[in-house]
Design a protein. Structure first.
Length: 390
């Protein structure tokens, strides 16, 4: 019958169940229709009314489900609006600079800072979409400029900003070691805070050094002691790899090799400096001393001559570079007879120079007159004392 075409397969199955007709699972829609029409006691009007009632019930259930779904959607939308309004109204009330210190790239570990920041915002139930806004308020100006260089979408993503900060400001193992060894107690903080800081720096040192076993910890401590006793020139030579050597055996092998090469170089430099010193002290024989096969060249005349070894000329003899004739050695004998006698060039008085001459120098003349008057007065006083007047 045509009225059976109004229902779906599920409606026909429900109708067959109402009429107590057995339907197999592999029956199709036409098979179900034939089974209903060929059933015993089939009544067309009753069957049509049952099918209409089943279709109406199904449509009513679909409308109810759709209405409930729409109501749930409206409820979720209102809830999101309320949460957004509440979060916007509460944002200015959070003063995180009183709960968290300002990030210092030189002394603060960015990993610990971000962990503490995430914990505080989680406790305050701040949505993660607003974390970047609060994070920027705790960063210095030069660090905040890194966030402004990112795109608008990336600048709102907290996890991308976190990766940028970790990549830029993550402390190295050497920095953790320095902070652990140089850290001092702040008078304002307690000893427990001091212990926590040391524990944090030490854990960061071990983590960045990839120390996981007791043997690796022993090697790290021994290597650190060796590095402290190493001279500064050794450290400067291995500056690019110095922080990566945590194995003491590898470290001492490098230092021994460096000292061996350094000692050999110092020895060669000492020998070279001795030869250079000898050459500077004897410039006339420098070429011949360093290389006897080279011809001897006068440093002033510029005329080369054959080497003394090739010509057989003794080292204390000289030759004329032009005529190649032998120049006899001149003996200089200094005697008093050969010297010119000293005399005053003003008056010609022998044995005295003009500055000390009493005749030519007026100052000496005054001194001479004064000394004569003093001698006369002294003689008169001496005579008076010897022969008093009676």
């Amino acid at each position: 019958m045509a009225y059976l075409a109004k229902g779906h397969r599920q409606d026909l199955l429900e109708l067959a169940e109402t009429l107590d007709i057995s339907i197999q699972d592999n029956f199709k829609t036409l098979d179900i229709k034939d089974a209903i029409l060929k059933s015993e006691g089939y009544d067309a009007e009753f069957t049509c009314e049952c099918l209409n009632r089943i279709i109406c019930d199904r449509k009513e259930l679909e409308l109810r489900a759709e209405r409930e779904k729409e109501n749930q959607r409206q409820f979720e939308l209102q809830k999101l609006q309320c949460n957004s309004t509440t979060a916007d109204s509460n944002m200015p009330k959070l003063e995180l600079h009183k709960l968290l210190p300002i990030f210092d790239p030189k002394t603060t570990d960015v990993t610990i800072f971000l962990d503490l920041f995430e914990r505080q915002l989680t406790f305050l139930k701040v949505p993660i979409q607003q974390w970047v806004v609060y994070l920027v308020g705790l960063l210095p100006t030069e660090v905040s400029n890194l966030i402004t260089k990112e795109s608008f979408a990336d600048a709102q993503d907290y996890y991308k900003i976190k990766q940028i900060l970790l990549k830029r400001f993550k402390l190295s193992a050497e920095k953790f070691r320095q902070m652990f060894s140089r850290h001092t107690k702040d008078p304002v903080k307690t000893w427990r805070d001091f212990y926590f800081d040391l524990q944090t720096y030490f854990d960061g040192w071990l983590k960045e050094s990839k120390v996981t076993t007791l043997e690796e910890l022993k090697d790290l401590i021994v290597a650190d002691q060796i590095k402290k006793k190493t001279p500064q020139d050794h450290k400067d030579h291995f500056l690019d790899q110095w922080c990566n050597w945590n194995n003491p055996l590898q470290l001492v092998d490098k230092l021994d090799s460096y000292e061996e090469v350094k000692n050999m170089r110092n020895k060669n430099n000492k020998n070279f400096s001795w030869k250079q010193k000898e050459m500077n002290s004897s410039p006339w024989r420098s070429n011949y001393t360093l290389n006897p096969k080279l011809p001897y060249e006068h440093s002033l005349s510029g005329f080369p001559s054959q080497s003394r070894r090739e010509t057989g000329i003794p080292s204390n003899s000289r030759r004329n570079p032009i005529s190649k004739d032998r120049i006899p050695e001149k003996k200089i004998v200094d005697t008093k007879e050969d010297r010119t006698p000293v005399s005053c060039y003003g008056c010609g008085a022998p044995g005295i120079i003009r500055s000390r001459c009493h005749t030519c120098n007026p100052v000496r003349q005054k001194d001479n007159a004064l000394s004569s008057s003093l001698n006369q007065s002294n003689f008169y006083s001496f005579s008076s004392e010897s022969n008093p007047i009676i």
